[in-house]
Design a protein. Sequence first.
Length: 501
Amino acid sequence: MAEPVKRPSINPFSRVDRAALRGRLGMRDGLGDRQFTAVSAVLGLALAAGAVFAAGPWDSGQRKAEQDWAAARAGTGGAHHRPTDPAGPAPAPSAPAVLAALGTGVASPAPSAAAAPDGAAAELRAVLGPLLKDPALGTRRGAVVIDTATGKRLYGVGADIPMTPASTVKIATTVAALTALGPTHRIPTTVRASADRRTVTLVGGGDPTLDRAGLSSLAADTARALKDDGVRSVRLRYDTSGYSGPALHPIGPNENIAPMSALMMDEGRLDDTSSGPAPRSDDPARDAADAFGELLDEAGIATGDGAAPGRATAKSQPLATHLSAPLSALVERALTNSDNDIAEALARQTALATGEPADFDGGRRAVTAQLRKLGLPLKGVVFADGSGLNRKDKVTAALLAGLLARAADQGHPELRPVLTGLPVAGFSGTLSDRYTTKAGGTGLIRAKTGTLTGVNTLSGTVVGPRGRLLAFAFLASGTTAPAEAQSALDALATALAAGRR
């Protein structure tokens, strides 16, 4: 596997580590791109033709105690996602033909329920039909495959049945955020001062990725501005009024998500991880404010008794501002690592951008409104949260595949980070330890995983054997053997990559 490096930019396809991918597939360096793609597809065909399900360890980062806790409570559930490299996701090695497939497409209309006129639909029925009947997929299934170049639905079973999506709902959340705010938007954290400069307020803007380095820079800028005005001591306040509603997610205190707050540092994590489950602060806003106060003291500005809650007044003046990474990078991180804190923040940012309260209800209305603008099927769809931890979320396979088709549409370049943020089979994020024992889907499949107790989902893109970029969504509920259900979903995606010849 390629060594982890910096996080991908908006378009990591341009920096695919082909040597690493060739090494994973056991190929010689001298092979050209066409041979490279062909060999990958042939390996995948062998896997599908032999009816061998892709195997891999259960995608779990949730402790057993939490699993039992979640299973015992109706209406909620815990996410099962493994922590990934604390340094963040590595660049995404993927099929080299992905960008070419995008480039040869046309602006896609709304995904059509009609099958394509060529033989692709019949082939998919023959390939996917038997795999979709696997008992491991539980009692209810939904499946959709769309040709992103034409917007045509090539395959659909239970396509319009609302089902619990688990973390694949993050696809909807991120599309809505990019639609409302654009990929270059940054979330501000600001410091404001009273007219006499004696009271300083740290104002959270909803950036869950604010870290100590960001706070240190903010403190340095604040101290410099205060010293320029001859101020050496202040009263420190912190303002979390940007968010409203309950702080706790309905799942309750949980290592998969911190209490909702407009002000937090490192997602409220109490260890040195940057993804996956972790012990969380009970009061992330207070912790961030205390850290900021310590940094101000070190910079020569005394804060006396420390931080206390308080709101910045209308007459207060800005002293310093820290901006988050661009929304495109936040979207990629949320999808690659299945980051619940970022996903919930993006739902609230969407709410704020559209005049809704920054709470669960406001996020639900805002996300729904943004997706409606894209002309996608929303009948029966419910966004109870932005992360997919809430079992009250209901999404159709048609919607998920349609969202990915929209992200591939040349008419919506602002949505491209949704595609580039999808984990890559066998390489990154929540797919880093899947598709590793067989070569059929390795590096060819990009997909968002979703798992709750009794729910297994997978939605993403793959370049098929005809060179077309396909968007797919597979939803299963009532599953009882999570590892087997996961393998069955992986087999479906692998079959798309292999097809029939």
